[in-house]
Design a protein around this ligand. Structure first.
Ligand SMILES: O=P(O)(O)OC[C@H]1O[C@H](OP(=O)(O)OP(=O)(O)O)[C@H](O)[C@@H]1O
Ligand SMILES: Nc1nc2[nH]cnc2c(=O)[nH]1
Length: 180
């Protein structure tokens, strides 16, 4: 069940781990790194709905070079805190063929989601694949991949804010918080 008290309780049971100002600073840095790599490559930028919405909205206006934008949609958490079956809801368009593709997501945790995206996009004939995430979770276990561009390393706790939800709530927070 979703209700306003539950949302407030979850907020109260969490703490800020990255401030809103730090998020803005990391976006400036990441935009500079992305620009120096792809300024002349006319990349196709794909945002992973819905978690990447906030990250995408903050990053795109900082990219000061020609690009194309589209979105894809898959999820494997479905508002739960443990990952499950991968579900493609909107697959990449044929236009990824022969393009440099940059995929934007809010978080790379176990890396399964981004690895599935990379495999599909390279199978469809993209020339190059890059992943940019607002944060990567530090895990001791091996991951299938790491991001090319990353704002923050976050600890192995459930994090939310900046597009990331906790039980469906608080994607709208400008900072990153973690459950206690
Ligand atoms: O690295 P992984 O362990 O695979 O997890 C990362 C993925 O999990 C979240 O998506 P989620 O499935 O929660 O969908 P959402 O974006 O709609 O919240 C997040 O947006 C990433 O896409
Ligand atoms: N909101 C949120 N989504 C995730 N997807 C994978 N890990 C996380 C996490 O820590 N928080």
């Amino acid at each position: 069940m979703m209700n306003i008290e539950e949302a407030r309780t979850l907020w109260a049971q969490s703490e800020e781990i990255v401030s809103a100002a730090a998020v803005q600073g990391a976006l400036d840095t990441m935009a500079g790194e992305i620009a120096s790599k792809m300024r002349d490559r006319f990349p196709l930028v794909l945002s992973v709905m819905g978690g990447a919405c906030v990250f995408t909205g903050m990053l795109l206006p900082r990219l000061d070079f020609p690009l194309e934008f589209d979105y894809i949609h898959l999820s494997r958490y479905n508002n739960r805190t443990v990952g499950g079956e991968m579900q493609w809801r909107v697959a990449p368009a044929e236009s990824v063929k022969n393009r440099t593709v940059l995929v934007l997501d809010d978080i790379l945790d176990e890396g399964e989601t981004m690895a599935a995206i990379r495999n599909r996009i390279l199978d469809m004939g993209a020339t190059d694949f890059y992943a940019a995430v607002l944060c990567e979770k530090t895990l001791t276990k091996e991951k299938p991949m790491h991001p090319d561009f990353c704002g923050f390393a976050v600890p192995d706790r459930y994090v939310f804010g900046c597009g990331m939800d906790v039980h469906g709530y608080w994607r709208n927070l400008p900072a990153i918080r973690a459950l206690k």
